[in-house]
Write a protein that binds this ligand. Structure first.
Ligand code: NAG
Ligand code: NAG
Ligand code: NAG
Length: 304
């Protein structure tokens, strides 16, 4: 059995070691976003998404896997972001300007083009600092909407919080009512904002899930991402580390202990009843699925 602390260490080791996102990393991001119904269809939040790299999220000291379920209380403060470009991710560099946003894409099945989605975070004029694995330099940025942690209504199902990094070209012109600091959390139409302001392209994204209590709504079940079957997999090197684990740990989002992600699928919306038998409660959802654990171990060069 792997220790909680050990997992956190793997995450840190991988984050430090990886300075270029592999084809498998990119394929994993795309697979997760497709399976979670966030990207790839006209009714999804992102009708198209071609990642130029990966976007890692760390809450406190805990880095999460794509789509991981996180305890609401552990997402109260903004996550640290680590951006790792793919070899052809030329729009990810230390010279450009970016916009960071977080949007609640609501539950699986939501028509994101007709449903107002909640803007939880919007920062214009950020830069990337470091090299290889970049962090965000907020100096001189415009925090239009300060980070507001998830607060899904009780019983409303597992919400998908999508963190987005857009390239912000010199032609970017934000709408007047979203151009200065201090605009509170509110619903908006992300696509309209992107179109009207000339933002883009979207270069990297990640998402996590937060659920409050047991779902009283029916959430369509999505299929799992199985990284070993992704078309770019040529050898089982699991070089993608923590980014590709088909993992969904469960935070202790539900005090009743019934809400959880499936250990087999980050994208699987958590029908609480269905996943009850897999439910475990750890302080922060740092349990990753078996594939993710193996990936981390091999990725960190530790072997199993
Ligand atoms: C990077 O290359 C891959 C493989 O050829 C391709 O699928 C992907 O669209 C490219 N990404 C960008 C941002 O050009
Ligand atoms: C962060 O951005 C500011 C303003 O552009 C710049 O002066 C500073 O050197 C940057 N910091 C790093 C570590 O790149
Ligand atoms: C900004 O103005 C647009 C119309 O120009 C409106 O649709 C939108 O709701 C406004 N947003 C905010 C945050 O007030």
């Amino acid at each position: 059995m792997f220790g909680y602390a050990a997992l956190a260490l793997f995450g840190a080791a991988v984050a430090q070691a990886q300075t270029q996102a592999t084809a498998l990393d990119i394929a994993a991001v795309q697979a997760h976003f497709t399976q979670a119904q966030i990207a790839g269809q006209p009714t999804y939040m992102l009708p198209t998404f071609t990642p130029q790299g990966t976007l890692g999220l760390t809450f406190g000291s805990s880095s999460i896997s794509i789509g991981q379920k996180v305890d609401q209380s552990n997402a109260n403060s903004s996550p640290q972001i680590a951006v790792v470009p793919a070899s052809n991710g030329s729009r990810i560099n230390a010279q450009s300007i970016y916009t960071v946003a977080m949007v609640d894409a609501d539950i699986v099945g939501t028509n994101a083009q007709t449903t107002p989605l909640t803007r939880h975070w919007l920062v214009n004029n950020v830069m990337l600092q470091g090299s290889g694995s970049y962090s965000i330099n907020y100096t001189g940025s415009v925090g239009v909407t300060d980070y507001a942690g998830p607060g899904p209504a009780a019983g409303s199902g597992s919400h998908r919080y999508v963190v987005l990094l857009y390239a912000q070209s010199s032609s970017f012109r934000p709408p007047a009512n979203l151009s200065t600091a201090g605009v509170g959390l509110a619903t908006w139409n992300l696509q309209s904002y992107v179109d009207a302001s000339g933002l883009g392209p979207l270069v990297a994204a990640n998402y996590f899930q937060v659920e409050n209590g047991q779902a009283t709504v029916t959430v369509p079940v999505t299929s799992a991402v199985v990284t070993s079957t992704l078309s770019t997999v040529t050898s089982p090197t699991a070089s993608s580390g923590s980014m590709s684990g088909s993992a969904s740990g469960t935070g202790s989002a539900s005090r009743s202990g019934s809400a959880s992600g499936s250990s087999a699928s980050a994208a699987t919306s958590s029908r609480a009843a269905a996943s009850e038998t897999k439910s475990r409660s750890f302080g922060l959802g740092l349990i990753v699925g078996a594939v993710g654990v193996v990936g981390c171990l091999v990725g960190a060069g530790l072997g199993l």
